[in-house]
Design a binder for this molecule. Structure first.
Ligand code: AMP
Ligand code: ZN
Length: 488
C-alpha cells in the first residue's frame, strides 16, 4: 500500500529512490553548530528538519547511526581561510578560555535542541577531539599528491584535483566562472591557486587554539573535521550527508574533494540540504543582525515579535514548510501556527474518548496512505500535515456525532496519529499551548493599571508593574499602548 521513500539528492539534482548501502541500516552525517554564540532560529530550522528525517527513518524500522558534529575549532570568520578563529576571537573578547566558550554554547545548543524536542544524535564528535585524525587525513592527501606545504600551512591543490575529478559536482557551478569570479591571488597568502583551501593552518604566535603537527604548530582547516569524523564513524562511504544549503558551494564541495583525494571515494550517496529561514526574504543570520534566539521567541522579548510563542508552536510552524523551501518568519504565520497546533492537540485529546459504532463513515486507510505518500515524497511535511488535518476534521465530526467510527478503525486512527504526530513530527503536548487565556488575564491587569495611572494613583500602578515583574512578566508602555512579555 505504501509508496517507497524518495529523497532529493543535491548530488544528482534529482529525486531518487532511497536504498541504503547496508539493508536495514543508515549512516547519516549532519554538519553541526559552531559553538561560539547561541544558536539562532535559522540554525534550529536546519536541525529540526534533520530531526524529522532521523525520526522517520527510525519509524520505518531502520537502525540509524546519526552523527552530528560540534565545531569547536578551526572555523575562521571567512570561508576563504581568512580572519580569526570564531571561538578564539570570542574567548579573547570575553577573556575566557576557548573551552569555556565551547562549553557555554554547547550546553545552550543542547538545551535549545531539547526544548524543540529533537532527539540527540547517536554520536556528537568535536573537532578538537579529532586533531590526530585530521592530521592523518592531511598526511594521506599530501601523499596522494593533492596538497602542498607552504611555510607550515597545508593547502589543497584544487587545480590538480580538477584534472581527475569534478570539483563542482555538488554545486554544479561552472569551474571557469568560479576561477574568474574569485579574487586575484593577491592577498591569498601562500596559496598557489585561486580555489585552493587550507587543510592545516600555521598558527601565529598569538593564536590560542593550536596543536603540534608534522608541519609545525597550527590548527586544522574547517572543512577537514567533517571529512575526518564522518569517515571515522560512518566509513569512507555512507548513506546520507546533510546540512544547510549555504554549505553547498564551499564547505561540502571541499569535503567531497578531501574525501576523494584521501580515500578515492565519494563520502555520501545522498546529499540532503535544507533551505534557509528568512526574515523579510533575507537569510536569518547573526552577521546581518536579523536573527533572534529561541528564548527571545519563546518570551516575545524582541523588536520583531508581537508576542511569545511556545517551542511546539515554532516546531509546528517550521514543519508547515517543506525543508527545501525557504520559510519566511512572520508574526501572522506564527499566530496561524499557534491556532493550528492547538486545534491538532485538542483533536489528539478528543480521539481517545470517541464513541465507537458498528460501522465507519470515515476512511482511515485513505488518510494513512496520503500521509505516508507525502512523507515518502522527500519528507514532505506540509502535505502530510494537510492530511493530518483531514484526520482532525474526522475526529471533530465523529465527536459531534456527524460521522461514525468502528472500534478497529478507532484503534488504527489512534496508532496512526500518535506515531505520525508525536514520533515522526516530534510534536508534543504543552501545558501552556493556549496562551489566549493568559493574554486575556494580562490585558485585564494592564487595564487596571492604566486605570490607576489615569487617576494619578501611581502607587498602585507601580505596585502592579513590580508585582508582575516578581512573578516573571514585564510590562512595556509604548506609543501604541501597553504590552507585556514573559521574562526568562
Ligand atoms: P553554523 O553554526 O553557522 O555553522 O550553522 C549551523 C547550521 O545551521 C548549518 O547547517 C547552516 O547551514 C545552518 N543555518 C545557518 N543559518 C540558517 C538559516 N537562516 N536557516 C536555516 N539554516 C541555517
Ligand atoms: Zn561539516
Amino acid at each position: 500500500m505504501e509508496s517507497t521513500l524518495k529523497i532529493y539528492n543535491t548530488l544528482s539534482r534529482t529525486t531518487e529512490d532511497f536504498k541504503p548501502i547496508h539493508e536495514g541500516h543508515i549512516g547519516m552525517y549532519v554538519c553541526g553548530p559552531t559553538v561560539y554564540s547561541n544558536a539562532h532560529l535559522g540554525n534550529a530550522r536546519t536541525f529540526i528538519s534533520f530531526d524529522v528525517i532521523f525520526r522517520y527513518f527510525l519509524h520505518l524500522g531502520y537502525k540509524v547511526r546519526y552523527v552530528r558534529n560540534i565545531t569547536d575549532a578551526g572555523h575562521l570568520e571567512s570561508d576563504a581561510d581568512e580572519g580569526e578563529d570564531k571561538i578564539a576571537k570570542k574567548a579573547k573578547l570575553e577573556q575566557l578560555e576557548p573551552m569555556e566558550i565551547v562549553q557555554r554554547y554547547t550546553i545552550d545548543f543542547r538545551e535549545t535542541m531539547r526544548m524543540f524536542n529533537t532527539l540527540p544524535p547517536s554520536i556528537e564528535p568535536t573537532a578538537t577531539g579529532h586533531i590526530i585524525e585530521q592530521i592523518e587525513m592531511t598526511k594521506q592527501i599530501i601523499e596522494n599528491g593533492y596538497a602542498y606545504e607552504v611555510n607550515g600551512s597545508i593547502y589543497f591543490d584544487v587545480e590538480k584535483f580538477t584534472k581527475e575529478y569534478n570539483y563542482t559536482i555538488l554545486s554544479n557551478r561552472n569551474l571557469d566562472d568560479l576561477l574568474n569570479n574569485t579574487r586575484d591571488l593577491d592577498g591569498q597568502g601562500d596559496k598557489r591557486g585561486r580555489l585552493d583551501f587550507a587543510l592545516w593552518i600555521k598558527a601565529k604566535s598569538e593564536h590560542i587554539m593550536k596543536w603540534p603537527s608534522p608541519w609545525g604548530v597550527g590548527f586544522p582547516g574547517w572543512h577537514l573535521e567533517c571529512s575526518a569524523m564522518s569517515s571515522k564513524y560512518l566509513g569512507n562511504e555512507f548513506d546520507i550527508h546533510g546540512g544547510g544549503m549555504d554549505l553547498v558551494p564551499t564547505h561540502h564541495t571541499n569535503e567531497i574533494a578531501q574525501n576523494l583525494a584521501c580515500h578515492k571515494t565519494q563520502p555520501a550517496r545522498y546529499w540532503i540540504h535544507t533551505n534557509m529561514l528568512t526574515v523579510n526574504g533575507q537569510k536569518m543570520s547573526k552577521s546581518l543582525g536579523n536573527s533572534f534566539l529561541p528564548n527571545e521567541l519563546f518570551s516575545g522579548n524582541h523588536k520583531l515579535l508581537d508576542k511569545g510563542y511556545s517551542p511546539m508552536t515554532v516546531r509546528f510552524f517550521m514543519l508547515q514548510a517543506h525543508y527545501r523551501s525557504t520559510l519566511d518568519f512572520s508574526n501572522e504565520a506564527l499566530q496561524a501556527a499557534e491556532k493550528g497546533f492547538t486545534r491538532l492537540m485538542n483533536a489528539m485529546k478528543l480521539m481517545n474518548g470517541l464513541k465507537v459504532s458498528t460501522n465507519s463513515s470515515v476512511n482511515i486507510d485513505a488518510v494513512k496512505t496520503e500521509i505516508y505518500n507525502a512523507l515518502n515524497d522527500d519528507f514532505n511535511t506540509p502535505i502530510a500535515i494537510a492530511s493530518i488535518f483531514e484526520a482532525v476534521r474526522m475526529i471533530n465530526s465523529i465527536n459531534d456525532g456527524k460521522e461514525t467510527i468502528t472500534e478497529t478503525d478507532k484503534a488504527s486512527l489512534k496508532k496512526l496519529m500518535t506515531e505520525i504526530v508525536f514520533d515522526v513530527l516530534g510534536l508534543q503536548e504543552e501545558n501552556n499551548t493556549d496562551t489566549s487565556k493568559i493574554d486575556g488575564l494580562m490585558n485585564m491587569i494592564i487595564d487596571q493599571r492604566n486605570h490607576a495611572k489615569l487617576n494619578k494613583d501611581f502607587a498602585t500602578s507601580d505596585a502592579i508593574r513590580n508585582k508582575l515583574k516578581d512573578i516573571g512578566f514585564e510590562i512595556k508602555d509604548g506609543k501604541d499602548g501597553t504590552s507585556y512579555s514573559v521574562i526568562n
